[in-house]
Ligand binder design. Structure first.
Ligand code: CNA
Length: 397
């Protein structure tokens, strides 16, 4: 793609390599490796060198053809997939679900949380990077993509999509914007409130432990719970701004919302192209702020990965760019990405199960529960004691 998109968010950093979003297998062994260990992490030991520029190059050269990956999954180039389907060729295949089978994960699926909480209590982790996905917002009543039955991809039949990811395909949007607009009506900020998990992340920030949260979510709940802008990278954009999907001329976000919410199609006053919120579609550029990762991940001393299937590139491969000695904690229903490999990396921990439950237990071990409840209460998001059914803050309407 040769067109250049204006940055959605201004960055104080120099021009960075351009990356577009794609759905691809993350479990590639040829992906970016960990950068050099500038100092021993909590687990000691220096690891192999990997410069930031090499990292950027690796990310931009990622395989997205239909080749079999070393773990047996297929990579999918969403742009090609959408082209064949919109031209009425063979329907493009959906990328295979890469989660599980859980039997492949040999190491314990429980207990990782306690080990990492211990590191936190010992004061060993002061530059924590959180990588988040749709799973952190399901407790707020927003379905994720891939959970069978409840996920958005299982519920898109009514749009007659050639394949579920077409809803975020820019070429498909060009032809049929209504599928995405229906989804947008669900996800527009204002209908949902942040939940305990969001406030846990904010609590990391309030304790001065959060280096940055990188989220794929577009629901704005991280911001809504009070995580400041400078601690947040919304890698797949948000609904705060809008622009023409063809010429990128900015369009008043509120006007776009009013049109979309009332079933109209907002159009660009310059080229008459369809306007959409600045949510990043497959094949579109990621916001400039995303490139903070090249500074953040090498600096991280703990990576917490929450509620993501790690299937969207280049975001998914970020988790492989912390130093090899840095603990990585996966909190998810299933093992994903590098946590599917056996044996796990020595510093990897996973806690499989319901995310809300895991985060509440972690907060309890750390002695942070009361503070988080108070934070939630102060923003009107506390619905009762931390049990699954009551701590969930659902839709506002
Ligand atoms: P995904 O592919 O749907 O994966 C979500 C992951 O979270 C899966 O592994 C689930 O098993 C897991 N999960 C869901 N609920 C829970 C739970 N309660 N406890 C434990 N684990 C759980 O979503 P990803 O974020 O990986 O995919 C990236 C896409 C999703 C981004 O580009 C987003 O734009 C998009 N998305 C965002 C939202 C949102 O903003 N809330 C909602 C739906 C999709």
């Amino acid at each position: 793609m040769s067109r250049l998109r204006p940055a959605v968010e201004q960055s104080p950093h120099p021009a960075a390599p351009r990356l577009t979003r794609s759905a691809a297998s993350q479990a590639r062994l040829g992906g970016p490796g960990p950068p050099q260990d500038p100092a021993p992490g909590p687990y000691g030991k220096q690891r192999r060198k990997h410069t930031d520029s090499a990292l950027a190059q690796d990310l931009s050269q990622m395989r997205v053809s239909g080749q079999e990956s070393p773990l047996g999954y297929q990579d999918v180039n969403m742009r090609h997939a959408s082209r064949s389907s919109t031209q009425n060729d063979q329907p493009a295949p959906s990328p295979p679900v890469k989660e599980g089978p859980r039997a492949r994960v040999k190491s314990s699926s429980r207990g990782g949380l306690a080990s990492v909480a211990r590191l936190l209590k010992l004061g060993r982790c002061k530059n924590i990077v959180v990588v988040a996905g749709a799973g952190i917002s399901t407790a707020s009543g927003i379905p994720d993509f891939r959970t069978p039955g409840t996920g958005l991809y299982s519920n898109l039949e009514r749009y007659d999509l050639p394949y579920p990811e077409a809803v975020f395909n820019i070429d498909y949007f060009s032809e049929c914007p209504q599928a995405f607009f229906s989804l947008a009506r669900e996800l527009y900020p204002g209908r949902h409130r942040p939940n305990y998990i969001h406030y846990f992340i904010r609590s990391l920030h309030l304790r001065g432990l959060l280096l940055r949260v990188y989220t794929q979510n577009i629901d704005g709940l991280e911001k809504m719970c009070g995580i400041p802008e400078d601690k947040l990278v919304e890698a797949h954009g948000n609904f705060t701004t809008a622009s023409c999907h063809l010429c990128y001329t900015p369009y008043p976000a509120e006007d776009a919302k009013v049109a979309i919410m009332s079933g109209d199609v907002p159009t660009c006053s310059f080229c008459a192209g369809t306007v959409k919120p600045d949510v990043v579609f497959f094949g579109e550029d990621l916001p400039q702020k995303y490139f903070l990762h090249s500074e953040d991940f090498p600096k991280a001393d703990l990576l917490i990965i929450m509620g993501t299937s790690l299937q969207i590139e280049p975001f998914a491969s970020l988790v492989n760019t912390v130093r090899a000695s840095v603990p990585r904690l996966l909190l998810n229903r299933h093992a994903v990405g590098p946590f599917l490999k056996t044996p796990l990396r020595r510093a990897d921990h996973l806690e499989l199960g319901d995310l809300l439950d895991s985060v509440q237990r972690m907060a309890h071990i750390l002695g942070w529960s009361a503070e988080i409840e108070e934070l939630m209460r102060s923003q009107g998001d506390w619905a009762g004691p931390p049990t699954q059914s009551r701590a969930i803050v659902g839709r506002v309407d």
